[in-house]
Each structure stands twice: as structure tokens, then as C-alpha cells.
Design a binder for this molecule. Sequence first.
Ligand code: 4NP
Length: 154
Amino acid sequence: MRVLMVCLGNICRSPIAEGILRHKAAEKGLDIITDSAGTSAFHVGEAPDHRMILTAGKNGIDISDLSARQFISADYQNFDLIYAMDESNYENMIRLANNDSDREKVRLILNESTPGLNASVPDPYYGGDQGFQHVIDLLDVAVDKVIERIETNG
Ligand code: 4NP
């Protein structure tokens, strides 16, 4: 199974989503390929935001090796599940989809933990430090559901 996490900058929300999934998959011995990307090119080549690296570390998750890249339409061939952190990311990716099969791969990640609400993972970039922990808390629950989905559907 190949899972891609996507936000706007690929320096705050999607790297930690990838890091949490990678961490939990390794703990469970699951064969999951993980990656993340941003719909924008603003931060391509950069490491995750230092505040997210720090907060992730306090939660036992190392994302210091990750580096930002932009989402491209070829990602539809290379991944089975593609998770948007918010509705804007979702719409931006849908615009790059080629067919229904591509569109069916894209989901809002918080619909895994709170189905049907179309809730967004809040962008912590311009806020205070507590915003980073809040993102981790939301994604910790949602990623458990992603793993349940993968374990159920193979
Ligand atoms: P992310 O956060 O989408 O969670 O990586 C952002 C980081 C940077 C910007 C926007 C969102 N920016 O506009 O530079």
C-alpha cells in the first residue's frame, strides 16, 4: 500500500502526517510506503518547519529527514491513497486528476476519524506553539483509522 499525505506547504501538516503513519506502520510491521507533498511550490527542498520537528520529537516521532516537494499529477499513478489535510488541498488535487480512478484516491484525512464532517487540519504555520501539538493530536487519531482501513482492505 502506498499512501501520500498532502497539505499546502509540505512543511507542517503533511510531513507530520507522514511521520505518524511511518512510525505506526513500523511499530506494527506493516508494509506501507509513505510520502508527503504540498500543492504549492513555496517551500520545495526545505526541511519541515523547526517548530513541527521539535513538537514531533516530543511525541517520539522523527521527521527531520523529510524534505518538501510539490504534488504532481504523476502522484496519481504512484499512490493508492492520497490524503488532503484541508478542503483547499483537496480541490487543488482534484483539479490535477485525470479520471474517476484518480479522484477516488483523494480523501480528506479527518473524514477517517470524523466521517462526513469534512473537517480541516488547521494550518499551524502562523499560530502559536500549541497549534503544532493540536495538529499532532488530530492526526494521531486519524492515522489510526487509516491503518485500520489498510488492515481491513489489504
Ligand atoms: P503546511 O503549512 O501547509 O501545513 O505545510 C504551511 C506552511 C507554509 C505556508 C502555508 C502553509 N506558506 O504560505 O508559506
